[in-house]
Write a protein that binds this ligand. Sequence first.
Ligand code: PMV
Length: 328
Amino acid sequence: MKTEPLTWAQAHTNIALVKYWGKANLELIIPQNSSLSLTLDHFYTQTGVQFDEYLSADQFWLDDQSIPVSSKVKRCLDVVRELAGINQFAKVVSYNHVPNSAGLASSASAFAALATAASRAAGLHLDGKQLSRIARRGSGSSTRSIFGGFVEWHGGNSDATSYAEPIQDPVTMDIKMITVILNRSQKSISSSNGMQRSVTTSPYYPIWRDQAANDLINIKQAIYSNEFTNVGEIAETNAMRMHSLTLSADPSFTYFNADSLTVMNVVHHLRQNGIECYFTMDAGPNVKILCQSKNEQRIQDELANHFKPQDIVVCNPGPGVKVIRDPR
Ligand code: PMV
């Protein structure tokens, strides 16, 4: 019996500057609104996949621990099996260089790496658009992690029309994202549950959809014309509009904690003192700060008054997914 080696891929996290918040189709993960993100260099996932006729079930190993195969992982593998016309189970081995499920988009890099490694292991040679559609079946945000730099996820209204596209890669704008890691533990309300509650109970939800569509048009214009200030202002406003949907849901909830508010206050204080920076936040308490190179050190110094140095991570724009050699 000859067993093929695992096929590996590496994908990086992305942070949305115009957020995806709300599903129109829960099964296919078609979003209510299109979104735009920046892929980051610092956080990534490496995943190896092997389809094996001798396996009697899918297996998943995360950071050398065997864990149950989630329905999302199974769904991605099933899509690949169907496309490739195979029915073998898979062994999946994954190493995550991202704090799990704390609003740092670990699922984004994870499913982009899985879609790429699995499809290659099944003998498929798919383009980025096709890979983004498979990644989407695992988590919405991972649709965008197929590509590097600034990336748009066209929301669409079907499997075929909901995919990611690179907007600018490599990134020519001077832009950095300082991540302040405030909590490495799992979030209490998953993004899926949070979205669903917002869509079904926030009276502001219909307004969000219109405003996110406008934000997307404006931020793309700002990227194309290299206007960092506009990118930062749109990203911060858009993030707060997303979080207002959690506060206005019934029952109300929030991903903010006291430290998140401290970081926001630091950003406001720096801006009042002429240091240009903007914040954004996802479905967890960690805050990310957008800035340019000239202000990076000053912002880090200010954050160091409140947080440990190892919890302050400066990220640059990162690359799209790639097939790699076995990293072990
Ligand atoms: O696709 P999920 O379940 O990782 O949800 C992502 C939701 C946000 O991170 C808050 C926004 C976004 O567009 O990434």
